[in-house]
Design a protein around this ligand. Sequence first.
Ligand code: GDR
Length: 360
Amino acid sequence: MRYLEGWSQGWEIILTRRALITGITGQDGTYLARHLLAAGYDVFGMVRGQTAPTARGSRQPHPDVRLISGDLMDQSSLVFAVAQAQPDEIYNLGALSYVPVSWRQSTTTAEITGMGVLRMLEAVRIVAGITGSRTPGANQPRFYQASSSEMFGKVRETPQNELTPFHPRSPYGAAKVFGHYTVQNYRESYGMYTVSGMLFNHESPIRGPEFVTRKVSLGAAAVKLGLRKTLRLGNLEADRDWGFAGDYVRGMTLMLAQDEPDDYVVGTGIAHSVRELAELAFAHVGLDWRDHVVIDDALLRPAEVDLLCADPTKARQKLGWKPAVSFEEMIAMMVDSDLELLSDPRRRGDGLIRELADLW
Ligand code: GDR
């Protein structure tokens, strides 16, 4: 809450803090919106499209989120969105975020995932009237950028921390590097309060079904329920540091609560392979993954990121952040949730399986 004191009349107005989230309909947008609403914020979510946002009931991540129109490809729409929301905090989570698609839609990825960051920062700069260099920061929103462990890409050193050099391996990773440096540049050029969270993979029961953890949790549940016999996967040897999305959005808000803006790595510090993931998920439903997982070379990537493992020391020491949910607990949570989902046709279990037929 912000308090405005009417010193002359002795009255006090309570102003609720306002947050604007891009990527509101995604996993992180949904968890972050819930977290901020619970903390008493007014939450605005930016969505694309030309119809009135209120008509998009199905895209509403939470009934209390106020949807406003805006498109990361369109500069003026972002100026309007920032002017309309008048946020104290902006969380730029919007991106084309599925790495394999970034090779097939490389320029769109650069436009949304990379240039979208610059356009959001420009919108803040224009609305706040920041024209000179290092203008002091009255009435400026604080800006969070969703940077990614994909920026580290090809392993130079492990675990990776804030000083590890970047070597992106996909158009997605390259676009995130551009966004990351642009955020630093606006901090240094204009004195704006901008931070980047270099988040490692984070998952949940509402993770998109194209990402490997959810694909495996849905696959294990579908096989268990007799809806499928097999699950196709690509590279089983890739190692990732997987954490729980609910823990990671807490990290985002902690970053914006610091006196000084800075960049932070957020991860668990423990890596697992895709093979271990499959083993764990199928074992959770009493099955042996080797009886059901089929390797499909078509799912291999043009350039792979072999190993990502975070060194979250700075986040722990400066933000007091640490994950509450372990990898094992999270995978069990996801498989249980998908068992429930696929058991209930009213919750679109049947439709989801049909939709996923191509992916699997
Ligand atoms: P990632 O997540 O690319 O790390 O990016 P994803 O879950 O897609 O892949 C993780 C690893 O699993 C291997 N893999 C498969 N991946 C998918 N999706 N499907 C498969 O069938 C499969 N088989 C093996 C991949 O090769 C890869 O090595 C995620 C995204 O959320 C990004 O937006 C985010 O920035 C990073 O995490 C941190």
